[in-house]
Write a protein that binds this ligand. Sequence first.
Ligand SMILES: C[S@@+](CC[C@H](N)C(=O)[O-])C[C@H]1O[C@@H](n2cnc3c(N)ncnc32)[C@H](O)[C@@H]1O
Length: 264
Amino acid sequence: MYREPRSENTESRSLLEWSVLAIPPPLIVFDHDAMPRIRGHLAVLPEGPEAWALLNKTLFGSNETGGHSVAVQSEVLPWDWSSVFGRTAPLHLEIGFNRGRFLRAMAAKHPERDFVGIEIRRRFCWRLAHILNAEDTERRNIRIIWADAKNISPVLFEAGSLEGIYVTFPDPWWKKRHVKRRLVDTAFAASMASLLGPGGRVWVKSDVPAIAEEIAQSLIADARFGEPIPFAADELPFTHREVNCVAAGLPIERFSVTRRADPV
Ligand SMILES: C[S@@+](CC[C@H](N)C(=O)[O-])C[C@H]1O[C@@H](n2cnc3c(N)ncnc32)[C@H](O)[C@@H]1O
């Protein structure tokens, strides 16, 4: 069974190479130095060939693709998700999957869709990679990426290629000086509008009213999005944090915005 590593502070070149594998060249520079500092503890990743095989399988669906090479070429961007998943299916993205509860529930509920999860904390990527790998599934409709979604999403997916984006309980980053770390600002809202096809939706859940409001304002600042519409608790599976919030009796804001068709 997978256990989260105890030692948390052993950044090394080899750890960086993991993210190079997951993140194509334009993004290698994105935030490596800052990530460990701003995103808390680091995990110690297992070494050895089995570890590479597992990561490759989880990210690319095969031990052959990706290999030990860190030289993913920028010309492969945006990634051809049909070839990654081995089919063409509606593509959905979850940002900040954390323990993967929601991502796995969605993938199980919607076998006809493909899901990509992006998580900035490597230990959660590694944890979910193990869980997925242990599952005996004929078809895996989940892929995970270890990266900062703000940087990688706009280059990883073709414009108009997503049907749904899920932003659930994003880190609030309370302090004023941390505002720029917030996930959804107007620039990222615009990226999401570009990535979604007409009728596609951004789904948002938060237990922090000020954050929910800020996200809603960022989204509607882009004319391609319609008004935020609340949705019922049972419309989507619960996330890990949502389970805790509900148990604690905290109110939760849930809404979605729909991507309008481009004017003709
Ligand atoms: C408060 S947790 C909520 C996790 C999960 N969505 C839930 O509801 O249980 C926020 C998650 O988003 C991740 N995260 C924050 N900023 C991110 C970013 N820019 N890109 C990808 N993941 C991010 C964090 O590492 C964390 O796992």
